[in-house]
Design a binder for this molecule. Structure first.
Ligand code: CA
Length: 274
């Protein structure tokens, strides 16, 4: 499904989630708003036939509800929302044997009306920012593989098709408590953000992600990313939520005044130094 939703002129968003070559889709995307702030989230569930779907759905719903009803600052509301999602998914797993042990990743991005941004995540779903053609990853995977790569125990080539590739060190819902990574992110007009499940980043090189994320309109970027991952042989569910920071990408008036002043100083220095 692809949706384009202009949100009071601050951001535009689009998402797409596809089961790919799997029989069911355990990924989930969500989008929510409260006064002056927008939230997008991607979750990748795990834990058997029903468990994976239930975990990602419950987590996205819990994150959206908790964020929307919170009166706290966006960053605190975001952190609380992922903790609440953990509580709700864990509790549901305790009450139904078929759901026992279910869990999910979650990566969420909030941007407020002043273009301030925060990313929170648990697991190996990722956030990226594309600015002026350069793609930057904003999250560190909470996976066994990422830890081995960090410690130098495995090389990137060894990690590529490692059997323990999907093993997570942190999840939403498997334990009664959860440690959430939260960071603020710089947002400028023209920036593009991508939240995605590992079905996307595991299938595409970063250069291809950057190229496809830049496509207009935004819904075509979302579709192109997912289609490319599936075409490249991805065997997993593939989900993306993309966000474009709307605004004038021309230099601000203040920026022009500063640039003119610097130019004048440079001319004066040149003239004076002769
Ligand atoms: Ca996955």
């Amino acid at each position: 499904m692809v949706e384009l939703a202009p949100l009071d002129g601050t951001v535009e968003t689009a998402f797409r989630s596809d089961k790919g070559r799997r029989s069911e889709n355990q990924d989930r995307c969500g989008e929510f708003a409260r006064a002056g702030a927008h939230l997008v989230v991607v979750a990748d569930g795990m834990g058997g036939h029903r468990g994976g779907q239930t975990a990602s759905r419950l987590a996205v719903e819990a994150i959206g509800e908790a964020f929307a009803r919170s009166a706290k600052r966006p960053s605190e509301a975001l952190l609380d929302a992922l903790v609440e999602a953990n509580r709700r998914v864990h509790e549901a797993g305790q009450h139904d044997l078929a759901l026992h042990g279910m869990g999910t990743t979650a990566v969420a991005l909030v941007i407020d009306a002043k273009h301030r941004g925060w990313v929170a995540h648990v697991g190996d779903s990722r956030a990226y920012r594309l600015r002026a053609g350069r793609l930057e990853r904003l999250t560190e995977d909470h996976s066994w593989l990422a830890r081995q790569l960090r410690d130098g125990t495995l090389s990137p080539a060894e990690a590529r098709d490692h059997p323990a590739r999907g093993r997570l060190m942190r999840t939403i819902g498997r334990e009664p408590g959860v440690e959430v990574d939260l960071s603020s992110v710089s947002v400028r007009p023209g920036d593009r953000f991508l939240l995605c499940s590992d079905g996307l980043w595991g299938a595409l090189e970063e250069s291809e992600i950057a190229e496809r994320l830049a496509v207009d309109p935004l819904c075509d970027a979302a579709r192109g990313l997912v289609d490319a991952a599936i075409a490249s042989g991805a065997s997993d569910n593939v989900s993306v939520h993309v966000l474009h920071a709307v605004g004038s990408e021309r230099p601000s008036r203040r920026g022009l005044v500063v640039a003119a002043a610097l130019f004048a100083v440079a001319l004066f220095a040149l003239a004076f130094c002769r």
